[in-house]
Design a binder for this molecule. Structure first.
Ligand code: HEM
Length: 488
């Protein structure tokens, strides 16, 4: 069906609904800009909702309301409002708003990201907490990440003097880190896009793209059941494609384990086969860990390298800390606890560039009172981590990139300090925090230890474009190109 016809049908249906229900909207909501009939505030929003929401918060306060089509959305923009959402009312506001494209049969029920906080979700979180992301498991897999970081160095050494789109190298490195953590296999060879399982790669890439694409049914859910643009169908096909490839690998691993007893591989599949989860849950969990972990981390590292390029003094401090602590040995994950400036640098990068700037949308399971306003049942809630990280009432000189601000501070992103929430908070806080911080720190340290770099064509670092492109994750636009040079 033509997109114009669909839009017209949506407008007619929504107009009728608007005329019927216009006076019966929820009462006591936080204030917000006046919505237009039918489209609500949609036309007032551009392509950077996180920064527009920050501006709206100046006028309407800590909590404000928007109408996105027929949906009511409340946005929290300060540490105190975030505390209310993620701590005080965490249980009632722990539902997820499931994007229409992802409402695929049998997916939401088995999904750690999209399901309600029910028994299945609790079990999946428990497996993450007690099996996959324990300190013991993370330490035992450190050599895998260190090997991949070193392969990245070898790849970049071959590219000396050439322009490199660094996010592609980082993303490729992370994809292979995940392939090895999960299955003990590379997904493809760096610099050779035709290598590896083409089918698996295409499905994984497409899933990430679909996660970042807009579905009009999220604003007009009445259109949702028809899947007019075929996005849900495509997500279902991609999921099936991934599960077919991974399902076959799982089957092989199960058979090998049965034949040889404990196979001895130290990866997620090995752990999950003993976890009591069924095949569908294992498949869904692996796919979601991959999806949730790769793009967010690649985006963070690209911003980190951008900030290093713009702030040579910061790069020099990381370099000199590395020299003092590690000397001329190759940096390892076990060195990270002894590198406080590097840790402060990662926090500062995530303060200014949280890859999911509005976290993942929550949904009210019941009506509740927040900061003397009424949040109605089924209302969507967004928390603007990007605005909170730049709040001038919380941070001095908030736009300056200064890791020093974290050096003598106990502020961390583990969910207790609501002024720094790149990983969210409360019961749905990102379970990947311990893993993500390890490999982000390792990759940054490995790059600084081994390379200097220029910008292409004598571009000045001061002119680096810091534009942000908002999808599900915050990406740099245009992407950063560097010309690597090995350190002597
Ligand atoms: C820089 C890296 C990362 C950032 C900034 C990040 C951020 C987030 C955020 C903001 C949420 C939503 C939290 C909330 O609703 O309060 C989330 C959820 C999640 N993240 Fe991450 N993440 C990162 C890396 C990872 C990694 C490496 C993994 C796993 C390997 C992972 C797995 C997940 C999962 C499974 C969820 C859903 C949790 C749930 O709904 O219960 N993330 N992440």
């Amino acid at each position: 069906m033509e997109i114009v016809t669909v839009a017209l049908i949506a407008v007619v249906i929504s107009s009728v609904l608007y005329l019927i229900f216009r006076d019966s909207g929820p009462k006591g909501l936080p204030p917000g800009p006046k919505p237009w009939p039918i489209v609500g505030n949609l036309l007032q929003l551009g392509d950077k909702p996180h920064s527009q929401f920050a501006e709206l918060a100046q006028t309407y306060g800590d909590l404000f309301t928007l109408r996105m089509g027929t949906q009511t959305v409340v946005v929290a923009s300060t540490p105190s409002a975030a505390t209310e959402i993620l701590k005080t009312h965490d249980r009632i506001l722990s539902g997820r708003y499931v994007f229409q494209s992802f409402r695929v049969k049998d997916h939401v029920e088995n999904s750690i990201v999209w399901s309600e906080c029910n028994d299945t979700w609790k079990n999946l979180r428990k497996v993450c907490r007690t099996e996959l992301f324990t300190q013991k498991m993370i330490e035992s897999q450190a050599h895998v990440r260190e090997r991949k970081a070193w392969e990245m160095v070898e790849f970049l050494k071959k590219k000396e003097g050439e322009e490199v789109k660094i996010v592609e190298v980082i993303f490729g490195t992370l994809v292979n880190i995940f392939g090895n953590l999960i299955f003990s296999q590379n997904i493809f060879e760096l610099g050779d896009p035709s290598s590896g399982s083409v089918e698996l790669k295409e499905h994984l890439w497409r899933m990430l793209e679909l996660g970042n694409s807009t579905n009009p049914a999220d604003y007009f859910p009445i259109m949702g059941r028809f899947d007019l643009f075929g996005q849900r169908k495509e997500v279902a096909e991609c999921l099936q494609g991934i599960y077919d490839v991974w399902g076959a690998m799982l089957k092989e691993r199960k058979a090998a384990k049965k034949a040889r007893g404990n196979e001895g591989k130290n990866d997620f599949v090995e752990v999950l086969l003993d976890s009591g989860l069924n095949d569908q849950q294992i498949n869904a969990l692996l796919m979601e860990l991959f999806g949730a972990g790769t793009e967010t981390s690649a985006s963070t590292i690209e911003w980190a390298i951008t900030e290093l390029t713009k702030n040579p003094k910061v790069t020099a401090k990381i370099g000199s800390e590395l020299l003092t602590v590690v000397g001329h040995s190759t940096v390892k994950e076990s060195d990270i606890p002894n590198l406080p400036y590097l840790q402060a640098f990662v926090k500062e990068t995530l303060r200014l560039h949280p890859p999911t700037p509005l976290l993942l949308p929550r949904r009210a399971l019941e009506t509740c009172q927040v900061l003397n306003y009424t949040i109605p049942k089924e209302c969507q809630i967004m928390v603007n981590a990007w605005a909170i990280g730049r709040d001038p009432k919380t941070w001095s000189n908030p736009l300056a990139f200064s890791p020093e601000r974290f050096l003598n501070s106990s502020i961390d992103f583990k969910g207790n300090d609501f002024e720094l929430i790149p990983f969210g908070g409360g019961r749905r806080i990102c379970p990947g925090v311990p893993l993500a911080t390890q490999f982000i720190s390792l990759i940054v340290a490995t790059l600084v230890q081994n390379f200097e770099w220029d910008l292409p064509n004598g571009m000045n670092p001061k002119d680096l474009n810091m534009e942000e492109k908002f999808g599900l994750t915050l990406q740099k636009e245009p992407p950063l190109y560097i010309v690597p040079k090995s350190r002597a």
